[in-house]
Design a protein around this ligand. Structure first.
Ligand SMILES: N[C@@H](CCC(=O)N[C@@H](CS)C(=O)NCC(=O)O)C(=O)O
Length: 219
């Protein structure tokens, strides 16, 4: 099978990126990573729009066929490589995991988009500043919620095996640094994310993306 991943450093595409590294390490299934430079607008070139007409990363190509949306990509990867355990196998535990995974993707993630790209949602500087302020508060609450979930998670988010939810947790807490949220103000979440970053699959994706884990800067 020929698998290609279109990703951008530090973006949400980290989630399938780390998952594909785990699949490679566990099964030997290779994938080809293609970097899309968002700051250069490469997501809006005709070539990329042919892969994902929404102009967003990630996108997967499987034997030349594109698949978009993180939840679809990751649930497909899990069904294709169930032995890797990227999501729980028990049907109820799996549904609970997908519920939280979908929430990260459809609630926490778009909240950060409002912080990072307020110009997508309002025209005036004042309105953009307000959108940013309100969504930083909301994002902080979302990170608190994830930290509360982790109180019942050991050693990984879904139990015995590292999963896509651990990789998303890393991405979201890291983004918190860009929103002015000190990861050390969420000690249990920060400790978890540092543990995730040391896992060989996450570490390989971090190295390829050249990510710094703590991007928080005091004003
Ligand atoms: N719901 C989408 C979200 C994808 C998304 O928001 N991707 C961002 C990066 S985290 C992106 O490509 N942004 C580029 C842009 O807005 O131009 C998914 O699950 O794939």
């Amino acid at each position: 099978m020929n698998i290609e991943l279109f990703f951008a450093p530090g973006a949400c595409s980290f989630v399938p990126h780390a998952g594909l590294e785990l699949i490679r390490q566990a099964t030997g299934q290779e994938f080809s990573p293609h970097m899309v430079k968002l700051h250069k607008g490469e997501q809006r070139t005709p070539e990329y729009l042919a892969v994902n007409p929404e102009g967003l990363v990630p996108a997967l190509k499987v034997d030349g066929k594109p698949l978009t949306q993180i939840v679809a990509i990751c649930t497909w990867l899990d069904r294709e490589f169930p032995q890797v355990g990227l999501l729980p196998t028990d049907s109820w535990a799996r549904a609970q995991a997908v519920s939280r995974f979908a929430w990260m993707n459809n609630t926490a993630h778009p909240t950060f988009t409002h912080v990072f790209m307020p110009h997508k949602f309002a025209e005036t500087e004042a309105a953009q500043a307000e959108i940013k302020r309100v969504n930083v508060e909301l994002f902080r609450q979302h990170l608190d919620r994830i930290q509360n979930w982790l109180a019942h998670a050991s050693p990984w988010f879904c139990g015995e095996r590292i999963s896509f939810l651990d990789f998303y947790t890393l991405t979201l807490l890291r983004w918190g640094g860009f929103a002015g949220i000190d990861p050390e103000s969420l000690p249990a979440l920060w400790a978890h994310v540092q543990k995730v970053a040391e896992h060989p699959a996450a570490a390989a994706a971090i190295e390829r993306e050249r990510l710094q884990l703590n991007v928080y800067k005091k004003d």
